[in-house]
Design a protein around this ligand. Sequence first.
Ligand SMILES: Cc1ncc(COP(=O)(O)OP(=O)(O)O)c(N)n1
Ligand SMILES: Cc1ncsc1CCOP(=O)(O)O
Ligand SMILES: [Mg+2]
Length: 232
Amino acid sequence: MSAPLGRLSEYSTDLYLVTDTAMAESVGRTVADTVAQAIAGGVGIVQVRDKHIDDAGFEKLTVSVLDAVQQAREEHGIQTEIPVFVNDRVDVAARLLEQGRKVHVHVGQGDMSADDVRQRIGAEPLLGVSAQEPEHFERARSQEVDLLGIGPVYATQTKETGRSAIGPDGFRKRAEMAGLPAFAIGGIKDHNAAALRGTGAAGICVVSAIMTAPDPAAAARSILQAYTGENS
Ligand SMILES: Cc1ncc(COP(=O)(O)OP(=O)(O)O)c(N)n1
Ligand SMILES: Cc1ncsc1CCOP(=O)(O)O
Ligand SMILES: [Mg+2]
């Protein structure tokens, strides 16, 4: 059984895009343009992830994504808010929040602890945590965590995770015991997304299959259709 969506229930959680600047640039696009197109294809949550730029560059990148999200929502008449998560950079998120920008935070097991992040950003922003093991789930449940990223579900070239792919069944088992909304991540494409339907996922997270796609809107639409089984 999947966990209730809690504070995520006001969002479209099925498809969560995690950005990669180098991937977007390799196909001649900006991250902001890619995000805008992906939203047209049905992406409902965005995370800004860039391991290479400094904090000032990351802050600028995040502002460009926030603006692109707003513009895309207006252009496509999307009423539902699309939350933008900051990957790892808690200081940047705190600065943006101080400026009145609405951002959320995602951290992994090797990053700042969820309790410390919460102290830094306050109660309102959403907080996501990467988790793989029962003890990670248990700890997250005792903290003010809103969602978990669980994976890699399939093999991925995007991140050196040091872990074997858990597959849809491995994800299902973990989502069942997680007790928090669980997002599947790692190697998810249109040809393997359907296997995650009915696994208790709150949604699926995608990086390369959208960031490098020639048409990010079409890629998002096709992954979403495969996952939900619904035609848009
Ligand atoms: C939704 C989501 N799930 C998992 C991750 C991975 O986070 P982490 O383990 O901290 O690795 P990096 O992304 O920081 O390399 C994620 N980013 N998002
Ligand atoms: C950030 C992250 N965390 C676990 S797998 C992964 C990368 C997933 O990228 P892709 O969708 O390109 O396989
Ligand atoms: Mg991290």
